[in-house]
Write a protein that binds this ligand. Sequence first.
Ligand code: GLU
Length: 433
Amino acid sequence: MLRFAPSPTGDMHVGNLRVAIFNYIVARQKGEKLLIRIEDTDKERNIEGKDKEILDILNLFGIKYDQVVYQSSNFHIHQQMAKRLLENKKAFVCFCDEEELNFQREKAKLEKRPYRYSGKCENLTKAQVEELMKKKKPFVIRIKKPENDIEFKDLIKGDMKFTPFEVDSFVILRGDYTPTYNFACAIDDMLYDISLVIRGEDHLSNTPKQIHIRNSLGYDKEIKYAHLPIILNEEGKKLSKRENHASVKWLLEEGYLPEAIANYLILLGNSFEREVFTLEEAIEFFDLTKISRSPAKFDIEKLKFLNKEHMKRLKELHKIIGAHPSYEKLLEIFRDESDTLKEIKEKFDKIFKPAEDDEFKEQREILKEEILKGELEENYDEFKKRLMKNTGLKGKNLFMPLRELLINQKHGAEIKDLYSAMKPYLKEVIKTR
Ligand code: GLU
């Protein structure tokens, strides 16, 4: 089984969506199930409704999953496992308070070395522990650091090795008996029999800790790992959550199609023979192990290109835009000169609005009167001939105000195409100008 493990603590980032997509593709390739695990262990940071929003986004993108679990529903198991580690002397009760720990952190800083737990409570006797507990001294549970290096082979990054010093004796259960992220994650990956973890590179240093937890519990089934390189913004810095196009919701609101966003995220850091494809098509040729090891740069221009390509495949644009079927041909014209759905919608909404530009006001009035007066010609050339003859306008003075009458824009599609698409309702539109 594979899993996607989002935290319900904010808007879905494109990096998270990419992780979800890759997990889905690989699960399908391997014929394994996909679990969605909502990592709600940090009560303070959870935002109500984000879990639902994440699932809605997955559905919208066509990421099918087999099961959804909330990590908090397994707290009792996490607690049992911590107890087992204590009994087996793989973990210990730690009474060090914040003041003590801060002192150690400051000391490490002054001595210019990374902070690690001092080991102070590791050798407390059973009697000492009972004594302190009787006094109601607050405590946490720490796992003992490993005796040997933790090694694993990452499918993307290659061979990895972490020393016991790097892993450290870290907290697995907090004072309120809730598990820390690493503990809950390591246990759940074991409980649900996860075969491969695909996640962001920012979790790389958590992996030896999670492996160490399972080793300490005696779980000897190997879980494979693939850590995806981070996504950079156009300036080459880490694409932060606060940047607009990092948010999946924002991209959707801007009128990028789910098909195009998925296509873009699969392409990012990869090279295939074809550039334009659907998520389902990618299952045929995607190879997780071929992903570039270096960070990928988010390129909005490339996303626009893919969006245009996927927009070309859309049928029944009027339904998507929310317009009457008679406007389909016009919407197709707008589609061919737009990058996003939002742009099409804006162009469409404009056709029912009064003209805003004064440059050709006079010419517009003359043309409007002439058009509303006669019957519309079948053929655009004849229509044009009549307008030129009866108004005396030509060149820029004819085309710009005429295009404004049709679509409320001076520049844009060929008037010939607009005329044939709009003929059935052309007079109605012109009246609103
Ligand atoms: N909840 C973590 C996150 O959203 C993912 C942890 C994991 O995949 O192991 O970054």
